[in-house]
Every structure is written in structure tokens, then in C-alpha cells.
Design a protein around this ligand. Structure first.
Ligand SMILES: [Zn+2]
Length: 113
């Protein structure tokens, strides 16, 4: 029975404790390589991203016509969902915002909610 040699990615923290990991010739793992590939396809902090966002918002407004809401937002009270909720109003959307208090709310989250 062969034993796998311990190796850690030269770019991230992943190592051979993950049975699905593989490394390229530079010692970079398949996981961070895939994440970077996906990021390049979906992260657009430029005019392309702005155009894509505007189309998405318009599509939500159109789908929401004659309805009470344009979209649904789960609000945890953390920075991401709080910011998205704020921006949704700035974009002119009518979100139905819901929150589930599972007993883990922080005081800041409560304030944001
Ligand atoms: Zn990696």
C-alpha cells in the first residue's frame, strides 16, 4: 500500500489532508486554481459588471410588475445582506426582506435589521 506524500499548496492553505486535491507543476492546487478561474469569469468590477447588474435589476423590476415585490432578500443583519438590502432600495427595487432569528443575532446585527 502506497502512502501519499504530504504536500501543501504553494498559493493557499490546502494540503493533502484533502483526498481530492491535486497539484500542478508549480505546486498550486486544483482548488485555488479553479477558484481563480471562476473569479475571472464572474468578478467584474468594471463597466461590464455595471452593465450586467443594471440588466439584472431591470429584469427583476420587469418580473415584479403587478406584484407586491420585485425580489426576496434573506437578511441576517451581517454586512453582506445589510448592504445588499440597502443597495436594493437604491436601485429602486421593492424587496420582501425576511429574517430568521435563530438566537445567534449580535447586537450589531439586531441594529442593522
Ligand atoms: Zn491552493
Amino acid at each position: 500500500m502506497s502512502q501519499k506524500t504530504y504536500q501543501i499548496c504553494t498559493r493557499c492553505v490546502m494540503d493533502t489532508s484533502d483526498p481530492d486535491i491535486s497539484f500542478d507543476a508549480n505546486g498550486q492546487c486544483n482548488h485555488c486554481s479553479e477558484a481563480i478561474r471562476r473569479l475571472e469569469q464572474s468578478y467584474m468590477p468594471d463597466a461590464r459588471g455595471q452593465e450586467k447588474l443594471e440588466k439584472l435589476v431591470e429584469e427583476m423590476r420587469r418580473a415584479g410588475r403587478r406584484k407586491d415585490y420585485d425580489c426576496l432578500i434573506g437578511l441576517s443583519g451581517g454586512v453582506d445582506s445589510s448592504w445588499l438590502t440597502y443597495k436594493s432600495k437604491e436601485w429602486g427595487l421593492r424587496p420582501l426582506v425576511f429574517h430568521v432569528d435563530a438566537g445567534w443575532n449580535t447586537p450589531v446585527a439586531e441594529q442593522n435589521i
